[in-house]
Design a protein around this ligand. Structure first.
Ligand code: DAH
Length: 332
């Protein structure tokens, strides 16, 4: 039985040395040291040997088993190290590699227009003011000389909010309430613009959205006249649109200004674009803002940012600005 022990051991050691993976090694371990392995079978048969042979045979089998175990253990360490190195190599990330084909996003065209407008007005000496989107009826209407029952209220398709007394809280229908908040918060002179989101109960179509963006302007100082208003609109027009553009004021009516005007922009091809409203701040509005109309006067203006973006980028449907379709937005 023991005759072929050394041969058995050598065969086992050779196959272990040639194993190329830890999986294969596990199979070999089972083959050479498992319950049915020749060595193990021989060990179980020791009891059948004459006593004088039993000890030597037992020692020889144990030595062979230890040899096989040892070589499996060593081979296991070597193979596991190789496999780990191979895995690291396969999963290696080159952090110095520069990606050239990633998609880089950019600001939405309304944001682009908004930021450019801020730049232009900041350059003209204005500051940016803000107000809440959920506004009181008083700031949105009363303080702007639109008392309850005033017909101008009907034109605004107001979305009221269920808060406080019925009709007391709403989603601001325009950025004009920021005029009031600014006057109440700081002493004149005031030179601010207030860009922001406004809301109206409108059905979405090519020229209307229930949510859109406006930019309000307010100047309060001593001896401000209509000429200052016209000059500011003209300076803004050429700064934002370019040298080939000009502006004009057309008489109109707004409750919060007196006199009031609509202002239009003339394109280089001679065509006109109606942009917004403006006028000299009504004395009632100054008073609501805590400003003495005997000492101060001012002008205000307001227009839609979305329409400007549409014109600037040659888009003809307002809804495109709000669907957030990347195929559309990525063109700009
Ligand atoms: N708030 C007006 C609107 O939403 C726009 C406007 C007109 C603002 C005249 C003004 C202004 O400041 O003087 O339709």
């Amino acid at each position: 039985m023991i005759d072929d022990l050394s041969e058995l051991t050598r065969a086992a050691l050779d196959s272990i040395a040639l194993a190329t993976s830890t999986d294969e090694l596990r199979r070999l371990e089972h083959e050479h040291l498992g319950k049915d392995a020749d060595l193990m079978v021989a060990r179980r048969q020791l009891g059948g040997l004459p006593v004088e042979q039993r000890k030597d045979a037992g020692q020889a089998i144990n030595a062979a088993r230890q040899l096989v175990e040892q070589s499996i253990h060593e081979r296991q360490i070597a193979l596991a190290a190789d496999e780990r190195a191979a895995q690291f190599d396969a999963e290696r990330l080159d952090l110095t590699e520069v990606a050239t084909d990633v998609a880089v996003g950019h600001a939405h065209i309304v944001s682009q227009a908004w930021e450019e407008l801020e730049d232009v007005f900041l350059g003209m000496g204005f500051r940016v003011a803000e107000g809440p989107e959920v506004e009181t009826d008083w700031h949105n209407f009363d303080a702007l000389n639109i008392p309850p029952g005033h017909p101008a209220r009907d034109g605004f398709d107001t979305i009221y909010v269920k808060y406080g007394e019925a009709g007391s809280t709403l989603l601001r229908t325009h950025t004009s309430p920021v005029q009031i908040r600014t006057m109440l918060a700081q002493e004149p002179p005031i030179h601010v613009i207030a860009p922001g989101r406004v809301f109206r109960r409108d059905t979405a179509d090519a020229t209307h959205m229930p949510v859109f963006h406006q930019l309000e302007g307010l100047v309060i100082d001593r001896d401000i006249s209509l000429a200052d208003l016209a000059g500011t609109i003209e300076a803004f027009t050429t700064a934002y649109f370019g040298a080939g553009f000009s502006s004009r004021l057309r008489p109109n009516h707004f409750p919060f200004t007196e006199p009031s005007a609509e202002f239009d922009i003339q394109r280089p091809d001679g065509s006109w674009l109606e942009l917004g409203g403006c006028g000299m701040v009504h004395p009632n509005v100054l008073r609501a803002g805590g400003v003495d109309p005997e000492q101060w006067s001012g002008f205000a203006f307001g227009f839609g940012i979305d329409r400007l973006a549409l014109m600037k980028f040659g888009v003809d449907d307002l809804r495109e600005l709000f669907t957030n379709d990347v195929r559309f937005l990525s063109q700009f």
